[in-house]
Design a protein around this ligand. Structure first.
Ligand SMILES: O=C([C@H](O)CO)[C@H](O)[C@H](O)COP(=O)(O)O
Length: 213
């Protein structure tokens, strides 16, 4: 089980400063969609150059032109690139193929997919690396989370790793850990804290305790 830090509301220098603070306690660093919109793939490039030892995920949430966008993110240095589960199968296949060419991985974000169980089965067969249940900001605002969805996809996925994102905090982490995803994605639960290093450290400690239990 790994911990991914999602950076959404920062510019490139702020991202680098924040990663410097927490790098010992996170496994993957995500360049969030808002950062890519504001700064472009330059953000991925500069973070990977500054932290070559860290796995960098580019949260492009690809919907079309998947092969081309995966190629550009791979060239910028991303190790994992995201595509939406709602995208066409042809797009998913294109993303997987292109990622393989570059030795990269594809994470599928299931945000807004209605029948998550059925889609997870299909995506698993298409050879994606991760399937991620995700409650976006707009549904977090009305009190939703993805804990039940994680259990649902875990019951059907055979090959891909599973991930969960959306509003996860230190207080809700034990429930998430209980469902045993391969990757836990946390943004505001770390970046919104006064002491970000301590928040990441406490989260990683809970995860490691479970992995070694
Ligand atoms: O993907 C995300 C969101 O859609 C904005 O881009 C976030 O990175 C993801 O939700 C994790 O952030 P928190 O919800 O703040 O933990």
């Amino acid at each position: 089980m790994k911990l991914q830090l999602a950076l959404d509301l920062v510019n490139i220098p702020e991202a680098i400063e924040l990663i410097n603070e927490v790098q010992d306690f996170v496994d993957v660093v995500e360049i969030g969609t808002p950062v890519v919109i504001n700064e472009g793939l330059k953000a991925v490039k500069e973070v990977k150059e500054a932290f070559p030892q860290l796995t960098v995920l580019a949260d492009l949430k690809i919907m079309d032109a998947a092969g081309y966008e995966v190629m550009k993110a791979s060239e910028a240095g991303a190790d994992i690139i995201t595509i939406l589960g709602a995208a066409e199968d042809e797009s998913i296949k294109g993303a997987v193929l292109e990622a393989k060419k570059h030795g990269k991985q594809i994470l599928v974000d299931m945000i807004a997919v209605k029948d998550k169980k059925a889609r997870a089965i299909e995506l698993d067969e298409l050879g994606v690396d991760y399937i991620c249940v995700h409650t976006g900001y707009d549904l977090q605002a009305v009190g939703q989370n993805s804990f039940e969805d994680l259990r649902t996809i875990k019951s059907v996925v055979k090959n891909a790793k599973t991930a969960i994102a959306g509003g996860i905090k230190l207080e809700s982490l034990p429930e998430v850990i209980k469902a045993q995803p391969d990757l836990i994605i946390v943004g505001g639960g770390i970046t919104g804290k006064e002491n970000k290093k301590s928040a990441a450290e406490q989260m990683q400690k809970l995860i490691k305790e479970e992995v070694t239990a």
